[in-house]
Design a protein around this ligand. Structure first.
Ligand SMILES: [Fe+2]
Length: 243
């Protein structure tokens, strides 16, 4: 009966049972819930630590992961994904560029555009990230989402040139949100795009590079972002990426 439930859902069932069980069982349930919550906290702390290593290495990634995570979770919820899928998207959103920790520092310090060879090397980061994460038992296919987060619907992405349904739905979300965040972050060779320009760009490639249903929900989130006072705007404004 409970075999298909995630640990989070199981905890909710246990919580509802607490008042109907005897002392011994209730104490064991309470201990399980405490341990589970502690493990979740530890997992998030480890994820944040890993992300801080990437952000130290790549100065243009600062705040990027947090923003992407917020946007990706909003889109996953908007698409009606399960709690476990949303958690998977959120974790993959935080960890999507973790493979960059295995790339040479010079790639991130370079002023100006990368050469063709340097770009090829940079494009190995999804595979490197997959290798780091594949043995960890995350909720959902986090390692696969990270591996596929630069794949495009028309097969023009990397590392495998997957197309359409070959790309897991969670990676199709990160593909769009990563593109938005990359566009709206400054680079050494260009200023940050405005959110309006990012909206135009993803709308123009809707159904070609990007999953249409993802783009629609993402556009709604970005329209909200254009309204002052929401969470994403606050995060973004702290680093002055938009003016
Ligand atoms: Fe990436």
């Amino acid at each position: 009966m409970y075999e298909n439930l995630s640990n989070l859902e199981l905890m909710k069932v246990f919580e509802s049972l607490e008042s109907h069980t005897d002392d011994v069982v209730r104490k064991r349930i309470e201990a399980f819930i405490r341990k589970e919550k502690k493990l979740q906290g530890v997992l998030w702390e480890i994820i944040q630590l890993l992300v801080s290593i990437v952000e130290r290495k790549d100065p243009y990634a600062s705040y990027h992961h947090q923003e992407m995570c917020i946007l990706a979770c909003y889109v996953a919820e908007g698409l009606g994904m399960s709690k476990e899928q949303v958690d998977g998207v959120c974790m993959a959103g935080m960890l999507h560029d973790i493979g960059k920790i295995n790339l040479p520092d010079e790639l991130f310090r370079k002023v100006g555009r990368l050469s063709e060879d340097e770009q090829k090397l940079m494009n190995t980061h999804p595979q490197l990230g997959f290798e780091i994460l594949k043995k960890i038992d995350f909720p959902g296919p986090v390692a696969t989402i990270v591996l596929q987060h630069h794949e495009k619907m028309d097969g023009s992405g990397y590392p495998s040139g997957l197309s359409g349904d070959e790309i897991v739905p969670e990676a199709r979300i990160l593909c769009v949100t990563a593109a938005v965040e990359a566009m709206t972050s400054p680079r050494s060779y260009r200023p940050a795009f405005s959110i309006s320009d990012a909206l135009k760009e993803i709308s123009g490639k809707n159904g070609i590079l990007y999953d249409s249903s993802v783009v629609e929900v993402c556009k709604k989130a970005l329209f909200r972002q254009l309204t002052p006072g929401n969470l994403i705007s606050k995060t973004v404004s702290t680093r002055g990426a938009f003016s």
